[in-house]
Design a protein around this ligand. Sequence first.
Ligand SMILES: NC(=O)c1ccc[n+]([C@@H]2O[C@H](COP(=O)([O-])OP(=O)(O)OC[C@H]3O[C@@H](n4cnc5c(N)ncnc54)[C@H](OP(=O)(O)O)[C@@H]3O)[C@@H](O)[C@H]2O)c1
Length: 345
Amino acid sequence: MKVLFIGGTGNISSAVSELTVSKGFDLYLLNRGTQNSLAPKEATLIQCDIRDKSQAASVLKDYRFDIVVDWIAYEPEHIINDIELFKGKTKQFVFISSAACYERPPMNYLVNESCPLKNPYWGYAQKKIVCEDILVKEYRESGFPVTVVRPSYTYGDTLIPYVFNSRKSRWTLIDRMLKGKKVIVPGDGTSLFTVTHNTDFAKGITGLFGNVKAVGNAYHITSDEVLSWNQIIKIIADAVGVEPDLIHIPSDFLSIMSPENRGGLLGDKSVSIVFDNSKIKQAVPDFKALVPFTRGIKKTIAWFQSDPCRMVPDQAFDRLCDDIIDTYMLSVDKAVEYARKKYEK
Ligand SMILES: NC(=O)c1ccc[n+]([C@@H]2O[C@H](COP(=O)([O-])OP(=O)(O)OC[C@H]3O[C@@H](n4cnc5c(N)ncnc54)[C@H](OP(=O)(O)O)[C@@H]3O)[C@@H](O)[C@H]2O)c1
């Protein structure tokens, strides 16, 4: 079976590319070629900027694929372009959406695929929901063969998963730990989340490829290992051999001082959510996530430590953390002083 990935050398998709070729699919990767070292040698590479519509149409005009996976559609126009490119030319189109689309805060902590999609906090999730809506309408009206896949927080070698870290350099968190600096944990750190290793995610999604029952359906694919952020940060610190100095700060406060993180906090990671993976397990009976975070994160840290260029912190984010902590402590000190005056005899 011929499979096209738009993307395919990224944080999640690189592991899926590896498993796809090892399962015997004939894999094509369409991307700009900036990370070709992460592409499996068996894959055929198509160099193209998918945002250049005429280039994409011209490069793809003579191809037919059994399965197309778009890893990098974030905007409604990306999906509209995909429908134009692949309508009548593929048997299955997989849209990589996000588990951030599920209602936040959830009505029930345990979420399955029937739960409403509604995220008032995060534009990223709102746009993914619109993309899903466009695809479902197209499936109903013209039979466009869509399968929606919603990853939750998924990591591999190149991503240290944490709730409040620099997107520019994930090493910033570790750098703070190694220097004995305080590490910010949103809320009291007890909200529950799931981090999934990309090799586990790969087993679930490749099981949906060519699976006729998956067309017209949506699935999330996560680990069943549920951890609090306090546990996650402790496991990361253990992997680098330090005792972390934690400071718990309300997510609302963090969102004021770091508005770009508001969506990811209030609309995702600071709210407890647990995924019921029954649907993917029914569709892909041999799917089972096997990489515990204690093991996966050691491999990630080793990847960073194998090249000093990867261990450079984001100075601006580091300063922001210091500023947030100083400002928060100022308000706490004032509140303590006020409470003492008012209540202490
Ligand atoms: N990680 C998570 O926790 C998480 C959670 C929920 C949902 N998701 C979803 O997962 C998807 C991300 O997958 P990923 O981690 O594999 O992606 P990624 O790490 O962002 O990788 C991007 C891939 O797309 C290619 N690319 C980027 N811009 C391109 C362009 N203009 N034209 C052609 N190719 C381009 C890159 O190669 P070149 O640079 O060489 O072009 C690379 O292969 C997103 O849809 C995201 O919303 C992720």
